[in-house]
Design a protein around this ligand. Structure first.
Ligand code: HMG
Length: 393
């Protein structure tokens, strides 16, 4: 019943707006329920004017409230990775108590954020703010045991074997680990005290150890490995980075087995032009559906850069930070990540559903800004919301 209703409503609109012809054998299929039962995807194959096949996908919930603009973007299955609790807070001098970090995470979950980077198992001497990551994941693990229907996915940064061992002590609260490399030798040295090559050797051991852990714990879903490449545009110590060098490091992480590689414009200096040049090289080595965009917003270009990745390269995974918090201790002067509120506003405005409730997200951002001594909110959308609220009082 659902399929025929969707056919009736959706297919003619897709065809009209995208000027495609439905093939005689065009089919509508419900791809069914994925493991967590949350990602009900529908897809339809249509033949376009040049005779090739376009596949359109949408979430079941989106199809119900189908907006005509949705159909202009094939496969709009957007994933937002909220990095606020880690990247957002790692550079703060004021130590945030565990309870407040957990409160932030809960508020983000309430807003509908499904993927959260919640901590880092790095040296507390280097990044003291992340020293309580064990307590965070321990608590999240307990909460999940009490309520197994919790759908959120939690990830943490792991730089070496020691970090992995500590993280796995609380594996109930961890779905993936992120290893982090850089395209620049100087940044790699400053950030993780190793050359790029040495870091890959470390990561190889980390991944082997994780594989052994996963094999020994076949009753739980395997902990996955995500990879980061920092300084994909410019290095604070070395200057511009060649796109071919970025692609080389992306390839190394791919070969190690990362299921997704996040491209960090650490200093936030990228523009649509430099980002396009970089992505053109990177998509030659890793397909777009295994890439993520992790753009800082120092020069206010992050949304424009995301749009380039989304529209020109079909990269659908976006890292962002509530209230635009963040920065790297080894990239002085760089501002926070692109604000999650701004990303959600842009995507929803393009007819791409994120499943995130913007007003609740804005409240989460306001909360953490208050915790940080009434820090000015780095999200333009949050400021606009608050401005409107004040006017109507
Ligand atoms: C990588 C290391 C550990 C190497 O650090 P190292 O100094 O080479 O390591 P070491 O083996 O010589 O150990 C030094 C001390 O750290 C301890 N140690 C060693 N490892 C651990 C561990 N896992 N957990 C806890 N403690 C650890 C170790 O036990 C020792 O303690 P000591 O004997 O002096 O008392 C260090 O350089 C480090 O922790 N760096 C932190 C880097 C970091 O967190 N950077 C920020 C995140 S990356 C980022 O923000 C960019 C990103 C991802 O967002 C993307 C983008 O925007 O570009």
């Amino acid at each position: 019943m659902y399929a025929s209703k969707t056919s009736r409503l959706v297919i003619p609109t897709i065809c009209r707006l995208s000027r495609v012809t439905v093939r005689a054998t065009a089919h509508l299929q419900c791809c069914g329920v994925s493991k967590g039962g949350t990602r009900r995807l529908c897809s339809v194959s249509l033949l376009n004017e040049s005779g090739t096949e376009d596949r359109f996908m949408w979430r079941r919930t989106v199809a119900r409230t189908f907006s005509t603009r949705q159909s202009l973007y094939p496969c709009p299955d957007i994933k937002i990775v909220e990095v606020g609790p880690r990247d957002g807070l790692q550079n703060e001098t004021q130590l945030i108590p565990v309870e407040q970090k957990l409160h932030l995470i809960h508020r983000l979950q309430k807003a509908g954020i499904g993927n959260l980077e919640v901590g880092a198992f790095v040296s507390p001497k280097w990044v003291p703010q992340m020293a309580d990551s064990d307590k965070i994941v321990q608590q999240l693990g307990k909460e999940r045991q009490l309520d197994p229907s919790t759908k959120s996915k939690y990830s943490v940064l792991v730089p070496n074997q020691r970090g992995l061992e500590s993280a796995l002590e609380h594996h109930q609260g961890i779905d993936e680990i992120s290893i982090f490399a850089a395209a620049s030798e100087s940044f790699s040295q400053r950030n993780i005290n190793s050359t790029i090559q040495e870091s890959m050797e470390r990561f190889k051991d980390v991944i082997q150890h994780l594989k052994d852990f996963n094999d020994a714990n076949d009753t739980r879903s395997p902990v996955r490995v995500r990879g980061y490449v920092s300084t994909v545009i410019t290095c604070p110590y070395q200057g511009s980075i060649a796109p071919t060098q970025v692609a080389k490091v992306v390839e190394l992480l791919r070969d190690l087995g990362c299921y997704e590689i996040s491209l960090g414009d650490t200093t936030g200096v990228g523009t649509p032009g430099t980002v396009k040049n970089m992505l053109q090289e990177v998509v030659n080595v890793v397909p777009a559906d295994q890439l993520a965009m992790h753009f800082h917003d120092t020069y206010g270009q992050a949304l424009a850069n995301i749009l380039v990745g989304l529209e020109q390269f079909s990269i659908h995974t976006i890292d962002s930070s509530v209230a635009g918090l963040g920065g790297c201790p080894y990239a002085e002067g760089a501002s926070g990540n692109v604000a999650t509120e701004d990303v959600v506003y842009m995507l929803e405005g393009m007819g791409l559903s994120t499943g995130i409730n913007l007003p609740t997200l804005v409240e989460a951002g306001e909360y953490i800004c208050q915790v940080l001594n009434n820090r000015r909110n780095g999200s333009k959308v949050a400021l606009a919301y608050k401005g409107k609220e004040n006017c109507s009082k």
